[in-house]
Design a protein around this ligand. Sequence first.
Ligand code: PAF
Length: 295
Amino acid sequence: MIVARSRAELNTALDGAPRPIGVVPTMGALHEGHLALIRRARAENATALVTIFVNPTQFLPHEDFSRYPRPIERDLALCEQSAVDIVFTPPVEEMYPPGFATTVVVQGPSRRWEGEHRPGHFNGVATVVARLLNLTRADRAYFGEKDYQQLQVVRRLVADLALPVDIVSCETVRDPDGLALSSRNVYLSEEQREQALALSRALRTAAGLAEAGERDIPTLEAAMREVVERAGLEIDYLVVVDPETLEPLQRLEGAARALGAVRLGTVRLIDNLPIPPPRPTVPSPTLESPTRVSS
Ligand code: PAF
């Protein structure tokens, strides 16, 4: 496994690398969710490349940039065990060299939800992802559905800038009790972790109600709020939205996505789940007029 810390080292590694190149962009603190992405990138590409970079531009000033976990030796060992070919783990100056003056702004799917609660966050994500995809010469890039809004923003970015890369999404990996894996789960005390389960429970409640035939979105959202409030979590948003544009919906007509963000003390968690489209209603049998039998 080659560990490249500069763009020059990365270019040398890439010059001999067979294509297709599958890239998994991460901020490190790798968990089973990342490893699922890495396994898929490994299986589907001739070269598997992981980037590890805690990107300062996607953190707001009051957020956890300085305390974000950075267990680099452990991350490198996990990449090695997963048969990764190249890890790109640059310092900030390699990603944002002196004179760097570009910000990529994706409108549309970045506007609401995380976009409102973390203004500027997706500009940082879109800028670093565009740069990472170019630097790594990615043919395919792998993103988890856990950050569902980020996934839609990246899809929009790649489509709008005609970047020559396929975006592959992978399902959220969860602990057996339903908690979505996240590098930020390490911040949770045992008690908070128990409380946090209410978020995935709320999303499952909405999915279950939709499955049972409920089509009124405000009813689904109220049911989610009740579950989360009962557990004492503070809600940033808990909504059922269009799965691509992430715009709010009033009635379930097709597939949708439930999205939530909650706070427990200083920890903020996000999660999401697909909401199944309503089942087509089976037409009730029409009463045929009795057949006349002529005698
Ligand atoms: O999902 C993440 O870990 C980050 O937002 C990403 C995509 C690596 C960009 O910094």
